[in-house]
Design a protein around this ligand. Structure first.
Ligand code: PMP
Length: 440
């Protein structure tokens, strides 16, 4: 099957035709990469005796000194539980935790901080919606539309709630360049549709979904839109009010923040109507022998002691991104990914998945090297100090459509540079030589 891939010849023909790649390369550098790199201690280390070239940012990003310091500072000076104490440390800790919620809300265009629920990660955010909203609202005959490019975390929770409630899942096809096929979406949408689960950006193809149109169409039939922002919030300036979904999930660790903290933004009226996800301390108003009533938002979704330090450090990560400017972050990503797409096209046996225009994709570039298993290529790259990911990237339905078991994925962020792309291409050429010799 030849879907969603372009051969070397096709890519060259396209770039010659519209001059797109050369025009992208002529954009002046939007970020001072050398200055940024100095903030990331891990980038000083060596791997297998070589300078670390970290191109696995779609899996998780590295952390700047400011974020690491925020964690150390919290535990050194402020550590106390939130919301439950009248002592000074508890008040300071609560203030910093709630300030982080506000900070995160502003970053994605939320109207109010109560619209932000702290979660561990995107996966937990999406499970929260599927369980809390889904169990309360879905019934037999209802339909959940998900796209073929969903990460398992925006598919499996819906499969589980569908099995419980008798609802049915249907997958929306993709166009040849790997975006959500709006015609197929229109065909599947009906008054039975209750949920549309869609990744704002694909973690394999890098494609960016037209969330505005998708949301508008869903709302016309009375469905809610649950957007997975794991790969878009870190890179693409995001405003939930203009994009129009009903929920947006994201992970702090993919945007310079710590692991174990993420966010779920939801429309206030939906969050207010939904039953809590977890029960326990912190989320109640009153508890009786046989029942309880719930605290107002955001505490209703904050059962147990939350991840206070990491939430505060995520606020600092967001400050860091804001200082860089999200439009500069995006422009840098387009530039580096564009250069990578151009350089990869110079290796004859490389198949790149997704569109060749870096302006319609994020900094995620998945590809295969003919005749070399992605894990073997990944090992050769590791020997050169280059970290990429090899596998199905938690997108098995998409890989089935691509007709490959696995791909190699290089993903770029604010500290990556053109010379790191050159090193990647050189190491791939080595992998090709080594494995071609082996199989010859
Ligand atoms: N959705 C997408 C598009 C992702 O790329 C990822 C992470 N690979 C996730 C969801 C899940 O994120 P997390 O592991 O932080 O829950």
């Amino acid at each position: 099957m030849q879907l969603y891939r372009e051969t070397h010849a096709e890519r060259i023909a396209k770039s010659d035709q519209n001059g797109m790649i050369s025009s992208v390369l002529s954009v002046s550098a939007p970020l001072d990469v050398e200055r940024i790199r100095a903030d990331f201690p891990i980038l000083q280390r060596k791997v297998n005796g070589r300078r670390l070239i970290y191109l696995d940012n779609a899996a998780t990003t590295q952390k700047p000194r400011q974020v690491i310091d925020a964690l150390v500072d919290f535990y050194t000076t402020t550590n106390a539980n939130v919301h439950r104490g009248v002592h000074t440390l508890s008040v300071e800790s609560t203030d910093a935790y709630e300030a982080a919620r506000e900070r995160i809300g502003r970053f994605i265009g939320a109207d109010r901080p109560e619209e932000i629920v702290f979660v561990r990660n995107t996966t937990e955010a999406l499970n929260l919606v599927a369980v809390s909203w889904g169990r309360a609202n879905l019934q037999p005959g209802d339909e959940i539309l998900a796209t073929t490019l969903e990460h398992h975390s925006n598919l499996v929770p819906w499969q589980r709630v569908a099995q419980e409630t008798g609802a049915r899942i249907r997958l929306i096809r993709l166009t040849l360049d790997g975006t959500v096929d709006l015609d197929d979406y229109r065909r599947l949408l009906s008054p039975r549709t209750r949920v549309v689960a869609v990744a704002h950006a694909s973690n394999v193809l890098g494609t960016i979904s037209d969330l505005g149109t998708i949301s508008e169409m869903a709302h016309k039939v009375g469905a809610i839109v649950v957007a997975d922002g794991a790969q878009s919030v870190p890179n693409v300036p995001t405003d939930v009010r203009t994009l129009g979904p009903d929920f947006l999930a994201f992970s702090g660790h993919k945007m310079l923040g710590p692991t174990g903290i993420g966010g779920l933004w939801g429309r206030l009226e939906l969050l207010e109507e939904m039953p809590p996800f977890l029960g326990g301390g912190g989320m109640i108003r009153e508890v009786f022998e046989d029942r309880a009533t719930w605290a107002p938002l955001p505490e209703k979704f904050d059962a147990g002691t939350p991840n206070i330090a990491d939430a505060i450090a995520l606020g600092v990560a967001i400050d860091y991104l804001d200082d860089l400017g999200m439009s500069n972050v995006r422009a840098h990503e387009v530039e580096v990914a564009g250069y990578a797409l151009e350089r990869l096209a110079s290796i004859p046996d490389v198949t790149v998945y997704g569109p060749s225009d870096p302006r319609v994709r994020t900094g995620v570039v998945s590809f295969n090297l003919e005749g070399v298993h992605p894990h073997d290529a990944g090992t050769v790259l590791d020997e050169a100090g280059i970290a990429v990911r090899a596998g199905h990237h938690c997108c098995q339905p998409l890989h089935r459509v691509l007709d490959v078991a696995a791909t190699l994925r290089a993903s770029f962020y604010v500290y990556n540079s053109a010379d790191e792309v050159d090193a990647l291409v050189d190491a791939l050429a080595t992998a090709r030589r080594l494995y071609q010799r082996k199989t010859a």
